[in-house]
Structure formats: structure tokens, C-alpha cells
Design a binder for this molecule. Structure first.
Ligand code: HEC
Ligand code: HEC
Length: 127
């Protein structure tokens, strides 16, 4: 529905993967939902100075629950999709671990395979 108005659509999914989203799924009642950050009735785009999620207002918005939230709180993106390049370092770290996992698994299975192969050859040779 929102896509029709040129509003990004992956935000629900990225929220679901965030700390707050996962906590809510398991029954958390104190973590942030969409309205905690974006407000109600006066929801504005993040590049609007009056928006609760404008970079200048992030310390105050997060500060409602995270006492002492400072400008560092506004440094990272909130909605991050690690499969997209625009996620920056998060993208590269997740890509690195994806390939690390794949290569470790392939190496492990290959190692077991070669070991078994050798074992059977040795057994056959003994006959
Ligand atoms: C912890 C605070 C927080 C929560 C919770 C949150 N958002 Fe956001 N949202 C932001 C911030 C900050 C931005 C600005 C871009 C960024 O940092 O990712 C943003 C950006 C967006 C955008 C892109 C448009 C824009 O103004 O940049 C949409 C759409 C959006 N959020 C929808 C949602 C929806 C739907 C939910 C709930 C499922 C949600 N948000 C939950 C903080 C939040
Ligand atoms: C409605 C209250 C609320 C708002 C608003 C809110 N949070 Fe949270 N957030 C929580 C709670 C509660 C936790 C869980 C804390 C815990 O269990 O230690 C949490 C956890 C987190 C965590 C992970 C764990 C931790 O304690 O570091 C991060 C990161 C985080 N929030 C960032 C943000 C950012 C950035 C914003 C603003 C854009 C924000 N939050 C806004 C309530 C909120």
C-alpha cells in the first residue's frame, strides 16, 4: 500500500530483524515499535527537520527510553538490510561470514570425504 506513494516498503522486514523487532516477537512490552520512533499523526519523512527520526532529533527520540542517548546514537542506520550494498560495513561483514561459513562447511565435508576414501582404500589393500 505504501509503495504506491513512493515510501520505502522493506522497513517492516528490517524492523523485524532489529533488536526491538525480535524482542517484540518474543513478547517484549517495553521495546520500541514503529510509533515509538516515528510518532503518530505527525509522521514525517526522516529528512524533514521536524521529524522525530530526523538525524538531529534521534538522541531525543531514542532518549525517551535510552537515558543518556547521545549523538552517537544517530550515527548508524536503524533500518538495515544486510543483503544490500547500501548497508555499508554491515553488508560486507555479513557477506564475509556467509562465505566463511560456506567455505568451512565445504572444507569440512571435503576433508571427511577424503579421509573416508583413504580409509576404504587402506582396508581394501589389506585384503
Ligand atoms: C528504533 C526506532 C525506529 C523504529 C522502531 C522504526 N523506525 Fe522506521 N525509521 C527510523 C529511522 C531513524 C529512519 C531513518 C532512516 C534510517 O535510519 O534507517 C526510519 C525510516 C523509515 C522509513 C523510510 C522513510 C524515511 O522517512 O526515511 C519508513 C517507511 C519507516 N521507517 C517505517 C517504519 C515502520 C513501518 C516501522 C515498524 C515496523 C518502523 N519504521 C520502526 C526509526 C525507527
Ligand atoms: C519505546 C522505548 C524505546 C525507544 C523509543 C527506543 N528503544 Fe531501543 N530498546 C528499548 C528497550 C526496552 C530495549 C531492550 C533493552 C535491554 O533489554 O537491555 C532496547 C534495545 C535497543 C538496542 C539493543 C540492546 C542495547 O541495549 O543496546 C539498541 C541498539 C537500541 N535499542 C537502539 C535504539 C535506537 C538507536 C533508538 C532510537 C532510534 C531506540 N533504540 C529507541 C526501548 C526503546
Amino acid at each position: 500500500m505504501v509503495g504506491k506513494y513512493g515510501i520505502k516498503t522493506e522497513q517492516v522486514a528490517t524492523y523485524g530483524r532489529s533488536f526491538h523487532g525480535i524482542a517484540i516477537k518474543y513478547g517484549g512490552k517495553t521495546v520500541a515499535n514503529c510509533a515509538s520512533c516515528h510518532g503518530v499523526h505527525d509522521i514525517r519523512p526522516s529528512d524533514d527537520l521536524k521529524s522525530a527520526v530526523h538525524i538531529d532529533n534521534i538522541p531525543r527520540t531514542c532518549g525517551k527510553c535510552h537515558t543518556g542517548a547521545n549523538v552517537n546514537y544517530a550515527k548508524g542506520k536503524i533500518h538495515v538490510d544486510p543483503t544490500k550494498r547500501e548497508a555499508g560495513p554491515v553488508y560486507w561483514v555479513s557477506l564475509f561470514f556467509k562465505w566463511l561459513t560456506i567455505s568451512v562447511m565445504v572444507g569440512l565435508v571435503g576433508h571427511i570425504g577424503l579421509d573416508l576414501f583413504r580409509r576404504f582404500r587402506r582396508r581394501d589393500a589389506a585384503h
